[in-house]
Write a protein that binds this ligand. Structure first.
Ligand code: NAI
Ligand code: SOE
Length: 388
């Protein structure tokens, strides 16, 4: 069988993770990458073992052999590059957030539908075995009706004023930072698990570190640096380090989440608890192989990820026997598996329901982000305005 030929745009932190994940599928060949300039593209292509290197992604899009393109660039480039990928007639897998505004994301969704390309957004936290297990349990009614959803997404990589990244800058990262960067994952994951949409929000946002030391040299995502005088300039920060958001869901569930990128000791802690009419459940991305299930009249349980213990809907998401732990790269592989098998099966994105997040989900996330920003600015409940 001929492998599907793929190009990847942007190979900083997450681009190489996409490349590794698709290589593990065996049905995909990454034939080209594009970077910000030719020199960097060639360096990255040599490091990653990729044949073709482009300093301008538009040249890569002209290659008729490439059928799928991954967009792993910083946020401000998502809209333009996604649009160009669609217009080139290629299937597109974009990083989140899908665009900078909901009008851009609505246009991308519309265009992807018109051009009948398969469109995915890398909301990868859906793709863990125990997240799928919990979703299946909720669909079966094992836990009862969903009443409450609460949790957080906490990180510490921006804790000090010497920590810096393009995500802090509204022009590159967007008007929202912590909410768009990690809150978008939390919202997507819990909506997927409980099968309800977030319809109204009430938000409180804060910039805990209002001035940061921006290094003169580019600093990598998650990079740590010790700066000497003269190596940085002090810049005011306008994007939020922290947010707490009250939620109302489409079928009546209530909830709340906190996001923070300044919580010492929390590395990538996306966690949520779902309290239902019979039982509760709790999952935490930093310990993804455990699902806590809480009861009132019998002892609580910890379900450990093991193919023999999971419901049929979750079994395809686990690849090793229990105790052979799977984590972030494996969730990403599951994402790629679902995306590429949708393409291989020649499924119709207008008719078939994909088992991965699409541009519709990416657009929904943009609408939630905008409602959260408006709520914080006006200090009132705001309805999520999603017309799609
Ligand atoms: P990064 O800064 O590490 O990498 C971005 C890369 O894009 C850099 O190598 C940069 O040179 C390249 N680039 C910039 N302009 C370009 C252009 N015009 N053409 C081609 N390449 C260009 O950023 P990181 O952390 O990899 O994030 C990229 C995106 O992925 C962000 O939107 C972020 O939100 C998302 N992300 C998602 C993750 C997930 O778990 N779903 C994990 C990490 C990032
Ligand atoms: C940084 O906060 C980051 O890399 C996000 O951009 C990703 O989306 C998240 O999955 C991990 O953290």
């Amino acid at each position: 069988m001929q492998k599907i030929k793929v190009g990847v745009i942007g190979t900083g932190f997450v681009g190489p993770a996409h490349i590794e994940a698709v290589r593990r599928l065996g049905i995909v060949e990454v034939v080209a990458l594009a970077e910000a300039n030719q020199e960097l593209a060639e360096k990255k292509a040599a490091e990653l073992g990729i044949a073709k290197a482009y300093g301008d992604y538009r040249e890569m899009l002209a290659d008729p052999d490439i059928k799928v393109v991954h967009n792993c660039t910083p946020n401000h480039l998502h809209y333009k590059i996604n649009k160009d990928i669609i217009m080139a007639g290629k299937h597109v897998l974009s990083e989140k957030p899908l665009a900078m505004t909901s009008s851009e994301s609505a246009e991308l969704l519309q265009l992807a539908r018109e051009h009948k390309v398969v469109h995915g957004v890398n909301f990868n936290y859906r793709q863990y075995p125990l997240v799928q297990q919990l979703r299946a349990m909720i669909r079966e009614g094992t836990l009862g009706t969903v009443n409450l959803v609460h949790g957080s997404y906490l990180q510490d990589w921006l804790l000090y004023d010497t920590d810096y990244n393009w995500r802090l800058e509204p022009k590159v990262g967007g008007s929202s930072r912590a909410v768009a960067d990690i809150g978008s994952h939390w919202c997507d994951t819990v909506q997927h698990v409980i099968g309800q949409r977030i319809t109204e929000v009430f938000a409180d946002l804060a910039t805990v570190i209002p001035v940061r030391k921006r290094p003169k040299q580019r600093v990598a995502t998650f990079g740590v640096q010790e700066l000497q005088a003269g190596q940085y300039e002090e810049v005011p920060i306008k994007t939020e380090d922290y947010a707490t958001v009250l939620l109302r869901f489409s079928d009546g569930a209530r909830g709340v989440f906190t996001v923070s990128q300044v919580s010492a000791g929390r590395k990538n802690r996306l966690s949520f608890e779902i309290d239902c009419s019979k039982s509760s459940a709790f999952w935490n991305q930093e310990e993804p192989e455990h699902l806590w299930i809480g009861h009132r009249e019998r002892p609580n349980e910890i379900l450990m990820a093991d193919p023999a213990l999971l419901l049929p809907e979750a079994k395809n998401y686990i690849h090793h026997p229990g105790g052979h732990n799977e984590g972030w790269p494996d969730g990403l592989k599951n994402m790629m598996h679902n995306f590429y098998n949708f393409i291989l099966a020649a499924k119709d994105p207008l008719v078939d329901t994909p088992s991965f997040a699409t541009f519709a989900d990416g657009h929904a996330a943009m609408c939630i982000i905008e409602a959260i920003l408006e709520s914080n600015a006006t200090q009132r409940w705001v309805k999520v305005n999603n017309n799609f």
